[in-house]
Design a protein around this ligand. Structure first.
Ligand code: ADP
Ligand code: MG
Length: 161
């Protein structure tokens, strides 16, 4: 079964993220793959909104990790510029993933060996100027549950599919 949905403008991607937010629990790991400008950060903006984060969310390309306090802490990584996998240790990657919040990792697919076995991979495909296809690839019991629940609420939202 293909787990996917599409959005047709940036606002719909933010909404899709906002629908995921309430489903998240501490320790959840979402890996965001897709080219620059695909819409990974737009999705995280929506998640942040749902979690009550009131500071702006941008790609932490230079800091590698942004911590946003919310109903559930939101840990937002961007590993685009990380050169060595060994440096993940220094930025507290492993402790953060196991911590008290949900982690979103832009470009996390660059370091598959460092990811926990059960994570939800979201591949963002640019299918048109304002059209994006979100492919969900779970890899364990928790991420399968999350993917299913998220798709259900996105479908119910109607505008997304
Ligand atoms: P990434 O984090 O993947 O590099 P961003 O989320 O920062 O990408 O940027 C996505 C860009 O694409 C934004 O400029 C946004 O306005 C634009 N865009 C156009 N259509 C969409 C869409 N359907 N979903 C998300 N972003 C879109
Ligand atoms: Mg980004």
């Amino acid at each position: 079964m293909t787990l996917e949905f599409s959005t047709y403008d940036p606002g719909a991607t933010v909404r899709a993220g906002a629908l995921l937010g309430p489903l998240l629990a501490a320790g959840d790991v979402i890996v965001l793959a897709g080219d620059l400008g695909a819409g990974k950060t737009q999705l995280v903006k929506g998640v942040a909104r749902a979690l009550g984060v009131d500071e702006p969310v941008t790609s932490p390309t230079f800091n590698l990790l942004a911590v946003h306090p919310g109903v559930l802490p939101l840990y937002h990584f961007d590993l685009y510029r990380l050169e060595r996998e060994a440096d993940l240790e220094d930025i507290g990657f492993y402790e953060t993933l196991e911590g008290d919040g949900a982690s979103f990792i832009e470009w996390g697919d660059r370091f598959p060996a460092s990811l926990p076995p059960d994570r939800l991979l979201v591949v963002v495909h640019r299918t048109g100027r304002d059209e994006r296809r979100f492919e969900l690839v779970p890899s364990g019991a928790r991420s399968e549950l999350l993917a299913g629940a998220w798709l259900a609420v996105v479908s119910a939202d109607g505008a997304q599919l």
